[in-house]
Design a protein around this ligand. Structure first.
Ligand code: ZN
Ligand code: ZN
Length: 212
């Protein structure tokens, strides 16, 4: 998990590096903003959900439905944030993948790659890399089975953290559907908004915000 801080520090290093390409410095800035945006928005949404929306629907006092919905919300939040920070905190570089393999297998792999007719050599790392690897300019490492560079997690999604990323997407979607359902009922009960009329929703939104 110490890699969470390492990822953010790395983005700051790219941002401050005067020799880094302009587009990479802009992307590093978006990374830092993306991470802050995720943390701040998640905190606000969770706070409003737990202490404003749910009590307005299930009563302020300690009632069974309120406790159950709060527990369900906390369960969804913990799974979402847990997988977010696990994906972010896992070193997804090819070097980390090779470090987990026994030395005999690593040597065999190097020998196998060396025998290939089409040699895949990373120009930045100056080393032979297995097919499917990709060098990320922002992370400045080769990543095995790289999917994409996540601008919210400040790291690449690859072989080592793919599982946590997929679980994060699943739990975030589940939490989003649950939140939309609860907020729809809340807005309907408190402000009389109807989901059937999108215009009504948009026009009444500022009234809801002002009252809240
Ligand atoms: Zn590389
Ligand atoms: Zn990356």
């Amino acid at each position: 998990m110490k890699f969470v801080g390492t990822n953010i520090q790395r983005m700051f290093r790219v941002l401050k590096n005067p020799n880094a390409a302009r587009k990479h410095r802009i992307m590093a800035m978006i990374n830092i903003f993306g991470f802050c945006y995720f943390v701040v928005m998640n905190s606000i949404v969770n706070y409003v959900g737990l202490f404003s929306v749910l009590p307005s629907l299930y009563g302020d006092g300690p009632s069974m439905p309120l406790v159950c919905h709060r527990l369900l919300s906390i369960f969804l939040v913990l799974n979402t944030l847990g997988n977010f920070f696990l994906a972010m905190g896992t070193n997804s570089s090819l070097e980390a993948v090779l470090a987990t393999l026994p030395t005999s297998i690593t040597a065999e792999l190097e020998e196998h790659l060396g025998r290939q007719k089409v040699k895949i050599r990373c120009r930045r790392c100056v080393t032979l890399v297995p097919p499917g690897s990709h060098h990320c300019a922002l992370c400045d490492v080769c990543v095995l089975r790289r999917d994409h560079h996540c601008f919210f997690m400040c790291t690449c999604i690859g072989h080592r953290n793919q599982k946590h990323f997929i679980l994060f997407c699943f739990w975030q979607t589940a939490a989003g559907i649950y939140a939309i359902f609860q907020c729809s009922v809340h807005l309907n009960q408190v402000y009389g908004m109807q989901l059937s009329s999108l215009y009504n929703w948009i026009s009444c939104f500022h009234v809801a915000m002002a009252r809240w």
